[in-house]
Every structure is written in structure tokens, then in C-alpha cells.
Write a protein that binds this ligand. Structure first.
Ligand code: NAI
Ligand code: ISE
Length: 337
């Protein structure tokens, strides 16, 4: 039987997830869509020819009798309430990143899930499903380059809107690295410092851009991540692992190489939707399959919490300029299964 999904938030990624659940993935049907801007919800339902009910309030989607599971793709600050609502209703929920705006908010979700007695939350951290990151992890885990000593990473967006501020470089953008790098290294973070180089002229008063985030893991690996969200030239995700005996790099997305007019060129993608398109498909198919099988196995509420503990320290480091400690509590037995 098809899993009946309710989607809360029909903006950029909400539309994408509804499209993939409808046209690409197997085993699910979108039966309810909500958006505070009702026109967004109506437009996607009509564009895809869905027979889905449109709701003004996301909590009504959670309560709807015909909705088995939720996808939360509304703005970041709304995630916590919708995820807690889904847990309360006993319905599995795929929540886009960040799970909540603070570690405290994520902890409330972790506590509610533990109280519910079974995993009900998958966080939309898609990078661990990306073939490139998986290949990089295989190399690290095989020991081929020895222990990872340093990582040099970059997260570059061509541009962002006027409402994007300095803190969002951490809570909305770096949060992907904060999740994927602890997975990649099988390690957790110990401290962080944030530095601001000369700002690009393409930013505005409320956004310091670019930023350099320097993390140290518990095992002593040093990581630098450049976040540059107005880089203009493309959507570019880089990750280089320097090991004791070699270097491993995240593969570039495949692209035809051209020799033309005295130039050697390959295209750089410009849109996050294209850069991780397969990973989004695989993460959501996994969610659908796991809900049907009765056991969620993807990025957990604990992973959302761990990333937010680090994000909180990064925000503090943005303000202080000092080295800030990152203290992740011990993982509860519930998440060791
Ligand atoms: P967007 O602004 O294009 O869409 C968000 C939609 O949510 C808007 O249509 C807005 O009206 C709606 N909304 C806001 N509050 C709501 C509420 N209380 N109830 C119902 N609808 C509400 O933003 P975008 O880019 O689609 O991002 C949505 C979420 O997905 C964000 O949390 C973002 O961090 C995350 N995201 C994740 C990505 C990933 O790579 N995993 C990529 C892009 C976004
Ligand atoms: C956006 O919300 C995403 O999640 C994208 O993957 C990221 O590159 C971008 O910086 C975020 O704002």
C-alpha cells in the first residue's frame, strides 16, 4: 500500500520533494500539502495534477486522518514545532535541516522521541547519501591514506537573498558540513573558531561573507571550512582530506570536458537542487521504505542535535572571535541501536 504523505512548506525544496515523491520515487503518495502562503501549496498541487488536500495550517496536516507520515520543508524556525507535533501524533516525520534552531530545541525533540519509544524522526541531511561522499568515506575507512590529519572544505553558493544573515551561514549552510564531516570521520567536534576575512562587495550590512570556520575534532583532526554564499561563479562543494600517506578529495560532479576557442572547460553547477539531486532521491526513498518497514535508519534526531550543539558553539565563536568548546553529551542508548 502507498504511504500517504503530508508536506508542510511548498517553497523551493518542498516543491522538489513533492515532485520526486510523485514522479521519481516508489511507494508513496502526497495526499496533503500546506503552506502559510496558500498559493504556493495550490500551485504545486495543480502543477503536478495531485489529488491532494490543501491546508492553511501545518498542524492540521499532522492531525489529518489520511496522513501516515510527514515531510517538513517550511522555514527553519518552524521545524521544531512541526516535528514535535508529528511525534506527539505518533507519525514518522522527515524534517529538513536544521532540526531546530538551537541544540536546546533539538534536545526537546530527542527527549520526545525517546519518550515515544521508537524512532520517528529522519533529518534531511542528504550528503551521507551522496555517492561522492560515500566513496570518500570508503577511502578513509580503508586506511589507504592513513589517519585523517586535516580537512580543507568549502561551501559556496552563487548568491543568497537579502534576508540571509551572518548566523544563517552556520545554522542553514555550514550545518551540512557539521553533519557530514562527523559522519565522514566517525568523530565528534571538540572546539571551533570563526574568522572573517575581508568581506565581498556583493554582501550587505547584516551578512559577513565569506567566513572561515576552524573546527578541531576529539581525535585532533583540524578542519577548515570556507563558507562563501555570494561567490557568484557557482554552487561549489569541496572537501579535501589530508591523511598521513595521501590526500583524498570529494569527486566533482561529472561533466563533459570541452576544448574550444583555446580553452579547456568543464561546467560548474549553480543550483543546490542539481548538485545533490540523486542524494535527495535516495534519502527520501530510504525514508519511505523505512517507514513502511517500521524502522527509521537515516540521519536521526541525535544527529540533528549533534550538529546543532556544534552550530551553537560556532555562533558563539562568530561573536567572540575566540576558541569555543563544543561539548556533545554521551549518546543515549536509544540511538545506539
Ligand atoms: P522557501 O522559502 O523557498 O520555502 C519555504 C516555504 O515554507 C515557503 O513557501 C513558506 O511560505 C513556507 N512556510 C513558512 N512557514 C510556514 C509554516 N509555518 N507553515 C507552512 N508553510 C510555511 O525555502 P526553501 O529553500 O524551500 O527551504 C525550506 C527548508 O528546507 C528550510 O528549512 C531549509 O533550510 C531547507 N533546505 C534544505 C536543503 C537541503 O539541501 N537539504 C536545501 C534547501 C532548503
Ligand atoms: C540551503 O538551505 C541549503 O540547504 C543548501 O544546501 C545550502 O547550500 C544553502 O547554503 C542553504 O541556504
Amino acid at each position: 500500500m502507498s504511504l500517504r504523505l503530508g508536506v508542510i512548506g511548498a517553497g523551493a525544496i518542498g516543491k522538489e520533494h513533492i515532485r520526486r515523491c510523485t514522479q521519481v520515487l516508489q511507494g508513496a503518495t502526497v495526499v496533503a500539502v500546506s503552506d502559510i502562503n496558500l498559493d504556493n501549496a495550490r500551485a504545486v498541487v495543480s502543477a503536478l495534477g495531485l489529488k491532494a488536500e490543501v491546508y492553511a495550517d501545518g498542524q492540521d496536516v499532522i492531525q489529518a486522518q489520511d496522513v501516515d507520515a510527514l515531510i517538513v520543508t517550511s522555514w527553519d524556525p518552524t521545524h521544531e514545532a512541526f516535528t514535535l507535533g508529528a511525534i506527539e501524533a505518533g507519525k514518522p516525520v522527515f524534517c529538513e535541516k536544521p532540526l531546530a534552531m538551537t541544540a536546546e530545541g533539538c534536545r526537546r525533540i530527542v527527549d520526545a522521541e525517546i519518550k515515544a519509544g521508537r524512532r520517528l524522526v529522519q533529518v534531511g541531511f542528504m550528503r551521507p547519501y551522496d555517492e561522492g561522499y560515500q566513496a570518500l568515506k570508503e577511502v578513509i575507512d580503508s586506511g589507504e591514506i592513513g589517519a585523517p590529519l586535516m580537512l580543507h572544505c568549502a561551501h559556496r553558493n552563487p548568491e543568497v537573498g537579502d534576508n540571509y544573515t551572518t548566523d544563517m551561514a552556520i545554522t542553514s549552510t555550514l550545518i551540512h558540513e557539521l553533519d557530514v564531516l562527523r559522519w565522514l570521520l566517525n568523530d565528534d567536534y571538540a572546539s571551533v573558531q570563526v574568522r572573517f576575512p575581508r568581506a565581498t562587495s556583493h554582501t550587505h550590512a547584516r551578512l559577513k561573507d565569506p567566513q572561515i570556520v576552524m573546527l578541531e575534532t576529539r581525535n585532533g583532526t583540524l578542519i577548515d571550512v570556507e563558507i562563501f554564499v555570494n561567490c557568484r561563479y557557482g554552487y561549489d562543494i569541496q572537501c579535501e582530506v589530508v591523511g598521513e600517506t595521501g590526500i583524498a578529495r570529494l569527486p566533482e560532479p561529472s561533466s563533459v570536458q570541452m576544448r574550444k576557442t583555446a580553452k579547456l572547460a568543464t561546467t560548474i553547477l549553480t543550483d543546490w537542487k542539481d548538485r545533490f539531486i540523486k542524494a535527495y532521491d535516495v534519502e527520501l526513498q530510504a525514508f519511505i521504505n523505512d517507514v513502511k518497514a517500521g524502522e527509521l535508519r537515516g540521519p536521526s534526531a541525535w544527529d540533528g542535535f549533534a550538529a546543532s550543539v556544534a552550530a551553537d558553539a560556532c555562533l558563539k565563536a562568530q561573536e567572540s572571535g575566540a576558541l569555543e568548546t563544543i561539548s556533545l553529551p554521551e549518546r543515549p542508548a536509544f540511538y545506539l541501536r
